[in-house]
Design a protein around this ligand. Structure first.
Ligand code: FAD
Length: 494
């Protein structure tokens, strides 16, 4: 019987895992979480994608209460600046373009475009239009029948962990503060039996969730699960991170600006702005990256930049023996599309699906590892596409990524897209047609042709529908209040 679950780590991953397991399986589990104040958490990870709404709903968390507690703002997508070429920009929104009309709307847009229509496909996406005018609204409050404006959040990572901790303690999760200095294994099976803290306390468990961050205390340092290195495709291996004072209204989007050896994030919160330069140390030094980051802030820096080192890739086994790694302990893909917290959520939901009630079966482990690897793989290809599909080769970094070899799976996808706008998305993949379209076209790749079904509609009717869609999208966005006033009314910080 799996009864005692020990979560090692109290960062975003540890508290999310404890909260979800406590909520879904709490009545039959004893859940303990161990974290070390001396070691602390990584302290970044503040932009999310819409799946976080499902996580909150699963826990029964009130969204406004949550946003107040974490100084949160809303996010409608990511604004990419200088990625295709210096001076260019595009928006990757949550949600879709237009209405499908028998075939995905992007094919209709191509018909419209090839006939001389406006090249700005953002005109057909309500999130893009709202983001451009710094507006936000939950559509369900304006018109329950209106299409859902999909959104996510920006939040303060430290406050989020604190918020989830309160939630978990309400569910009976027991927290222990202290540093784990020894891990005990069963001499026969190799399974982990307990962890020992510096002060002599010993915590035994049947199942261990390793959320100890990059160090992978159980999954790697103890079980030596191995690491698949993806840095040849995603060569950034450092981030310099620094918060700055807030200047002007909070934007309802994350900004990602391409830089000489990587890119810079800007994440607006209610009380401050988070910033970071994600870079490859092969092309710029830590000191230079930190100096340039400070020069490029729009508000006064609140600290010295902190350097975080990482290696892109994943543990070869994310579930090994009786240890399941989540969060940074399981692997890392740079935060270009804010996917790490989603991957934590995916690991949690997958674990609950295959949860080993009566002892661990090899099939449960295999299914978990297969599903999680597929999720990592899909995100990986999408991220690589941002670097590969560019006209930039103005610095050694951009020349490398533009000309690098890419995984076969991505090659195949890019070929299909270039030919006739086929995105080859499979049902359960995170990034759907609209996302591939936004990023690939935004990065400068326009397909040669489109699905002939988009030509079936008579020209007059087609024009009429396109015009109505464009007007409707602009109208929808214009009914929304400003993002700042919406926050002030519904969820101001505590
Ligand atoms: P950590 O926060 O490092 O927590 C590790 C925990 O383990 C801590 O509580 C620590 O005390 C504990 N611990 C470790 N060793 C011991 C020990 N020996 N004894 C006891 N306790 C121990 N994700 C997104 O979704 N969106 C983003 O925008 C985003 N941006 C990011 C930017 C950067 C530069 C980086 C590096 C990551 C980013 N992420 C982002 C990822 C995100 O930060 C992490 O996925 C998330 O914070 C989870 O971290 P964690 O809980 O796995 O690890």
């Amino acid at each position: 019987m799996v009864r005692k679950v020990v979560v090692v780590g109290g960062g975003t991953a540890g508290w999310m895992a404890a909260a979800a397991l406590g909520k879904a399986l709490g009545t039959r589990l004893d859940i303990t979480l161990i974290e070390s104040d001396d070691i602390g958490t990584v302290g970044v990870g503040e932009a999310t994608i819409p799946s976080i709404q499902e996580f909150n709903q699963m826990l029964g968390i009130d969204e406004n209460e949550f946003l107040r507690a974490v100084n949160g703002t809303f996010k409608l997508g990511i604004r990419f600046i200088d990625w295709k070429a210096p001076g260019s920009e595009y928006f990757h929104p949550f949600g879709v373009y237009g209405i499908d009309m028998g075939v995905n709307f992007t094919h209709h847009w191509m018909r419209y475009r090839k006939a001389g229509g406006n090249a700005d496909f953002g005109l057909f996406n309500p999130q893009t239009m709202a983001a451009r005018s710094h507006r936000f609204g939950r559509m369900a409050e304006i018109n329950p029948k209106a299409p859902r404006v999909n959104y996510a959040f920006h939040f303060d990572a430290t406050l989020y962990a604190r918020f989830l901790r309160r939630f978990c303690e309400g569910l009976g999760v027991v927290r222990h503060e202290g540093k784990i200095t020894h891990v005990n294994q069963d001499p026969n099976s190799g399974d982990i039996t307990s962890v020992a803290l510096e002060d002599g306390r010993v915590m035994a468990g049947d199942l261990f969730i390793d959320c100890s961050g990059f160090r992978g205390l159980l999954i790697e340092q103890t079980l030596k699960s191995g690491y698949e290195d993806w840095s040849k495709w995603l060569p950034c291996n450092r981030a310099a991170a620094v918060p700055c004072d807030k200047v002007g209204p909070a934007t309802p989007y994350t900004t990602s600006t391409a830089r000489e050896a990587g890119w810079q994030w800007r994440i607006p919160l209610q009380h401050r702005t988070g910033n970071g330069y994600v870079f490859s140390s092969d092309y710029i030094s830590e000191d230079d990256a930190s100096t340039l980051l400070l020069q490029r802030l729009d508000g006064k820096a609140q600290a010295e930049p902190r350097i975080i080192r990482f290696l892109t890739g994943h543990r070869k086994q994310m579930w090994n023996r009786n240890v399941i790694a989540m969060g940074l302990a399981s692997g890392f893909l740079e935060p270009l599309e804010s996917t790490s917290i989603f991957l934590v959520q995916e690991a949690i939901v997958t674990l609950i699906k295959y949860f080993p009630k009566d002892g661990i079966l090899p099939s449960q482990r295999a299914c978990f590892n297969r599903d999680l690897l597929a999720a990592y793989d899909n995100v990986k290809d999408f991220l690589i596409a941002h670097y590969k599909v560019t006209t930039r080769d103005d610095t050694p970094f951009w020349a490398y990524v533009k000309n690098m070899d890419i995984p076969e799976s991505l090659k195949f996808r890019l070929e299909a897209f270039a030919q006739n706008n086929q995105c080859l998305v499979q049902g359960d993949e995170l990034f759907k047609e609209a996302s591939w379209f936004a990023v690939l076209v935004g990065q400068g790749m326009e397909p040669d042709s489109y699905n002939p079904l988009a030509d079936v509609m008579a020209e007059d009717e087609f024009r009429w529908r396109i015009d109505r869609l464009r007007e409707g999208t602009a109208g929808l966005a214009s009914t929304m209040p400003s993002h700042e006033s919406y926050i002030a009314r519904t969820c101001p910080s505590l």
